[in-house]
Design a protein around this ligand. Structure first.
Ligand SMILES: [Zn+2]
Length: 160
């Protein structure tokens, strides 16, 4: 397994596994904070989808459902809104490119999990190995790609 940059290693430790969506959640959170003009301790956030991204968002922004600062809707939109006490709002969404990468991994993962109950231990560990190899190939691009390849970012005042 290749080594992840520290912030992403912490996301995977919180999340319990490596995956594109938790990684992209981290990218959403980092980009939202970077778009803010001044530091802010009183963040609240809304994410419009219940996915693995929530752990990446929580780790990078501190906004989580457990501490009451993150609201999750089930609209199925991969969009993070962060509200700052200054009145600024940052809205960060996943680009088509990011969604395509995540979708390809989900397809592969589903294929590898087919018939899981009837697999031998050896077959299971071989498939786990294939998944880890795919993640080693996919994740570095999601750690390193420039924001504009993965995200759409809007900054405004009040409700966007
Ligand atoms: Zn995940």
């Amino acid at each position: 397994m290749i080594e992840a940059p520290e912030i992403f290693a912490r996301i995977y430790a919180r999340h319990g596994h490596r995956c594109p969506m938790s990684t992209l959640g981290g990218r959403l959170g980092l980009a939202a904070l970077a778009a803010l003009s001044s530091p802010d301790a009183e963040l609240t956030a809304v994410y419009h989808n219940r996915t693995c991204a929530l752990d990446g968002i929580a780790l990078t922004t501190g906004c989580s459902e457990e501490n009451g600062s993150l609201k999750v809707t089930t609209e199925g939109r991969h969009v993070l809104e962060i509200f700052f006490s200054s009145g600024e709002v940052v809205e960060v969404g996943l680009s088509d490119n990011a969604m395509q990468i995540a979708g390809e991994y989900r397809y592969l993962s589903n294929e590898l999990e087919k018939g899981w109950e009837s697999l031998s231990d050896q077959e299971r560990s071989e498939r786990e190995q294939q998944k880890e190899l795919a993640l080693d190939r996919i994740l570095p691009a999601l750690w390193q790609a420039p924001d504009e390849d993965l995200l759409t970012i809007r900054v405004g005042k009040g409700a966007l």
